[in-house]
Design a protein. Structure first.
Length: 258
């Protein structure tokens, strides 16, 4: 009996030490010395920090070109993070294949990653197993999307300069970047692709393609949520197996019309 009790106490002590050790590594306090773009910063120690759960528009430094709202996202991170002491909170994986540290940034108890989403500076990007705040982040994105904040205003801005056409006109705009307006009447979700169709004759008319590898950017299941909704879709029309299509990689390229 004594030996069993001793063994149990030993196991309990090891578990407590393990948990304590893990907790000590869950957070770090760092000083932000540089902001690369909206979702990547550098510490005074020289470590690159990639913010978890978010994906801000890209800045092409080489060609001096930026995606829509990329500069605004970077400015927002500069305003809030540059020269500040912040707390890094880690999830299940602490480093990506580029050697960058993966973390959530907290300031005064607030999750800065979530603020990027709430204010429309970033798309959602949940990559398992780093999904601790998935539910909160999806709520934040939904709010920004419905209010058309930041990146979610992209189509509203670009429709001032791009042609707005119907799906029936798609074949006349092959290779062009356009905005398609219409109602999704037919959808399908396979193991690799989500299809959004403006017509039941989907084999001969325009389809919107969303590859499943990009579903981690959406706060909703596209094939289910967008069915019977009127939308505007931004993209380049291409031909695949004789039919026109637009591949959507980012959810803010779809504007759901209420």
């Amino acid at each position: 009996m004594f030996k069993k009790s001793l063994i149990l106490l030993t196991i309990l002590a090891v578990l407590i030490l393990s948990i304590t050790g893990c907790n000590q590594q869950l957070t770090d306090e760092v000083y932000i010395e540089r902001v690369i773009d909206g979702d990547t910063v550098k510490t005074a120690a020289g470590d690159s920090i990639r913010l978890l759960g978010v994906d801000t528009p890209e800045i092409d430094w080489k060609n001096n070109n930026s995606e829509y709202y990329a500069e605004e996202a970077r400015d927002y991170s500069i305003k809030n993070l540059l020269g500040e002491n912040v707390v890094l909170e880690y999830d299940n994986e602490k480093e990506d294949h580029y050697g960058r540290t993966l973390a959530y940034i907290f300031q005064d108890g607030e999750n800065f990653n979530q603020k990027l989403l709430e204010n429309g500076y970033a798309n959602l990007m949940i990559v398992a197993p780093n999904d601790q705040y998935e539910a909160e982040f999806k709520k934040a994105v939904k709010k920004a999307r419905k209010s058309r904040l930041g990146i979610w205003s992209q189509i509203l801005e670009l429709q001032k300069s791009l042609p707005i056409i119907s799906y029936q006109e798609a074949a006349s705009f092959i290779g062009e970047r356009v905005i398609i307006e219409g109602e999704i009447v037919n959808t399908a979700a396979t193991t690799s692709v989500n299809y959004l169709n403006f017509s039941n004759d989907y084999q001969n008319t325009l389809s919107i393609i969303i590859f499943n590898q990009n579903l981690n950017k959406f706060d909703y299941p596209p094939a289910e949520y967008i069915l019977d909704k009127k939308i505007k879709v931004l993209g380049e029309i291409k031909i695949y197996q004789g039919s026109p299509q637009i591949v959507v990689n980012d959810p803010h390229n779809i504007l759901i019309i209420d």
